[in-house]
Design a protein around this ligand. Structure first.
Ligand SMILES: Cc1ncc(COP(=O)(O)O)c(C=O)c1O
Length: 457
């Protein structure tokens, strides 16, 4: 295969073939692939033809991908790629814009508009600005880095330039996502140095009285609070109104990981579980979760644009900067950046606010329907009332498989549904998370049939 434009028609034809094939097979292929090892394939010295490439894709890839893009993959918090975003992503690759600076392309304008639309969608004030990231992990990392810069400024240190050797800071959190802890390590705070604040009884939400005491007792010159909206297993929300008031009183930075929990705002508005989110200093959101755009796509938002700029500033004479807007290469981690804003822009444009809200509401109803069935079954324990899109459950004492891990293995080996493990109040559990736009109640019924069959074995 030579690099030339004449191949394009053939490539498009092949793309159409694999696209159709994948969507037809989603219903019958196991949701999680059983074959995950690619045999050694020799690197060729000479060009090969498209047919040879397609043969490998057909034999080694298309049959062995997981169904994570489909309606019955309930592991982690996994979104699918909605049809409009899929189409947009094809165009992203076609145009292949580098959204790092302004001046030569309209792409960064789309990014700004998509961020503004997200602020409108989630009823967040216009003081926030932000950018697209590779996911919630990199948004959490930016949260840690910008909080660090802010803490430095409180002590007369420009961390981006001088480093954090002289920084006196304490980090507080109750139930941070693993990616937040990873980010603390990457940002130089260390994964083990944050002060753990107790959770409320039977909840992963922060005990704010305990935070208040900890902040009062802290002798650190600067303080950072990492809050959750929502936690990944319990879908519990920290009380952001009270926490933000405490942060204000103690001049502490408040970062909120709202990777998927922000979508609750579409259902209950700004006075629901996320009340007070608008008072945070920085926020993480994930679009490849509940907005159902393709990987990878997260969002970092902050009301301190200048601090973000100080944190990420990059200067070189060959990197021409725009006078009109701050360039993205000086606002985020990467210099060169994919046009990942475009699938988000197209999703918001095409489905509108009500289309997105309805998809979220459907997933919440599906999760509640599964939870209701589990609660009524003698063979399963629903470990926590389902309040959002995650169902936390385990086999009961009557179930032939008393271990949650074994039960999960049996469920996933059915190929019909896929769930992932968790921990609830020290007990091993399974989690079923609903965040795919294409999931229907009939998929929940298929899942229930699997759970029933396994409990009768
Ligand atoms: C609350 C929360 N934060 C962060 C992450 C990490 O997201 P990503 O995989 O997009 O980096 C997740 C993923 O499940 C999450 O649920």
């Amino acid at each position: 295969m030579q690099f030339n434009l004449e191949n394009n028609q053939q490539l498009l034809k092949s793309l159409g073939y694999f696209f159709e094939k994948f969507h037809q097979q989603l219903d019958t292929l196991p949701v999680a692939s059983k074959q995950i090892h690619l045999p050694d394939i020799a690197l060729s010295e000479h060009p090969r033809c498209l047919d040879e490439l397609n043969q490998v894709i057909e034999a080694q890839l298309s049959e062995h991908v997981s169904g994570s893009n489909g309606p019955r993959y309930w592991g982690f918090v996994t979104g699918g790629a909605n049809p409009v975003a899929t189409y947009a992503d094809w165009l992203v690759t076609t145009y292949n814009q580098n959204v790092s600076k302004g001046g030569d392309s309209i792409a960064s304008s789309f990014e700004r508009q998509a961020i503004n639309w997200l602020l409108e969608l989630f009823s967040l004030p216009k003081q926030f600005s932000g950018l697209f990231t590779t996911g919630a992990t990199s948004a959490n990392l930016l949260g840690a880095l910008v909080a660090r810069q802010f803490a430095g400024a409180q002590q007369g240190i420009d961390i981006a330039k001088q480093g954090m050797f002289a920084l006196d800071v304490q980090v507080f959190s109750a139930c941070p996502h693993a990616s937040m802890i990873k980010s603390l390590g990457l940002a130089g705070f260390g994964q083990h140095t944050w002060q753990s604040i107790a959770c409320l009884a039977n909840s992963e939400a922060m005990d704010v009285d305990a935070l208040s005491e900890a902040l009062k007792n802290s002798r650190a010159k600067s303080k950072i609070v990492l809050a959750s909206a929502a936690t990944v297993t319990g879908t519990d929300y920290d009380d952001l109104m009270r926490i933000s008031a405490l942060c204000k009183a103690h001049n502490a930075w408040l970062h909120v990981d709202a990777a998927f929990g922000m979508f609750e705002r579409l259902v209950s508005g700004p006075t629901g579980k996320t009340r007070g989110l608008e008072l945070a200093d920085s926020i993480t959101l994930d679009c490849h979760k509940w907005l159902n755009v393709p990987y990878d796509c997260g969002v970092f938002l902050t009301r301190h644009h200048d601090v973000l700029k100080q944190t990420c500033h990059v200067g070189a004479s060959y990197l021409v900067q725009s006078d009109e807007f701050d360039d993205y290469l000086s606002l985020g981690i990467e210099n060169s950046r994919r046009f990942r804003a475009f699938p988000v822009w197209c999703t918001l444009f095409a489905y509108g606010q009500s289309g997105i809200r309805e998809a979220v509401e459907r997933n919440i109803s599906q999760a509640k329907a599964l939870a209701q069935w589990l609660d009524s079954s003698p063979y399963y324990d629903l470990l926590k009332p389902c309040e959002l899109n995650v169902v936390v459950f385990a086999p009961s004492a009557k179930h032939p498989l008393s271990s949650s891990a074994e039960c999960q293995k049996m469920i996933n080996s059915s190929g019909e549904i896929f769930v992932t493990p968790g921990q609830w109040q020290g007990k091993a559990t399974m989690r079923a998370a609903f965040s795919n736009w294409s999931t229907q109640m009939s998929d929940v019924e298929r899942g229930v049939a699997v759970l029933e069959r396994i409990s009768q074995a």
